[in-house]
Design a protein around this ligand. Sequence first.
Ligand SMILES: Nc1nc(=O)c2c([nH]1)NC[C@@H]1CN(c3ccc(C(=O)N[C@@H](CCC(=O)O)C(=O)O)cc3)C=[N+]21
Length: 282
Amino acid sequence: MSTLMKGMEVAKAMKEGLYTQAGELKAKGVTPTLAIVRVGESPDDMAYERGAIKRCEGAGVAIRVCAFPKDVEKGEFESAFLELNEDPEVHGILVFQPLPKQLDEDFVKANINPLKDVDGMCTTNMGKVFSGDHTGYAPCTAEGAVLLLKHYGIQIAGKNVVVLGRSTVVGKPLSILLLGENATVTICHSKTKDLDQVLRRADILVVAVGVAKLVKASMIKEGAVVVDVGINVNAEGKLIGDVDFDEVEPKASFISPVPGGAGSVTTSVLASHTIQAAFSLS
Ligand SMILES: Nc1nc(=O)c2c([nH]1)NC[C@@H]1CN(c3ccc(C(=O)N[C@@H](CCC(=O)O)C(=O)O)cc3)C=[N+]21
């Protein structure tokens, strides 16, 4: 039997502090505001949006959802984005990725005000994460995974941590954050040789590849800590992780479920970054 790492527990622990900070801003006449930019209605974007709305509401953060049809024209999208970027009443901007092919993610990355870039997608924030400068924003999901481990008292320093996945939004920045916590970090991906063997060396395994139930019990060490960052949506529209939970759970010491695990911390971090952005912009 393993201990469940519940994201809600972390969210609860963060909620009061966030609400108090948002209150300080409101006393100054500032309502911390996050703009969510969504193109189309992909189920994982919708899941994030639902979670973000719920969490931000509880934290005193206002949300403006700017939704576009999936065939939105590039010029229209970019001018709407630039308007949010310049709007003094918007403190944080989260653009769901990936964007459809006719749109240019690099345009967003090149133009977003780093102070509003609460999901750490521009090079200024990436560079700060890379250099260990905590004044920047790390991607919320990556930071959330670290907070989840810390909340459950998992020692990270000196541990063999294996990150499966090298995306810009999770795997890469998370590896750097864990390195900053003095872990010995191994990053694995689709071209990794003898993947099972590498995964079995992990004291802490973090999985973020977006392949449902990829990680089986045979791939983990007895007593490993397993964080599942995967968000996959099955045919019934239910969220499932990258880890085969029923198989892996009995062998792990700590494990995070999907839903109810890392994703619910992501949204608290998002609220926290938006509040921080509102302080720095006002
Ligand atoms: N720029 C960008 N950054 C992202 O981090 C990003 C993205 N684009 N595009 C979409 C995916 C998906 N994603 C989720 C995050 C939290 C929940 C979440 O809050 N999940 C709750 C359940 C929410 C619900 O179903 O109501 C949970 O796991 O317990 C879901 C999905 C982040 N992504």
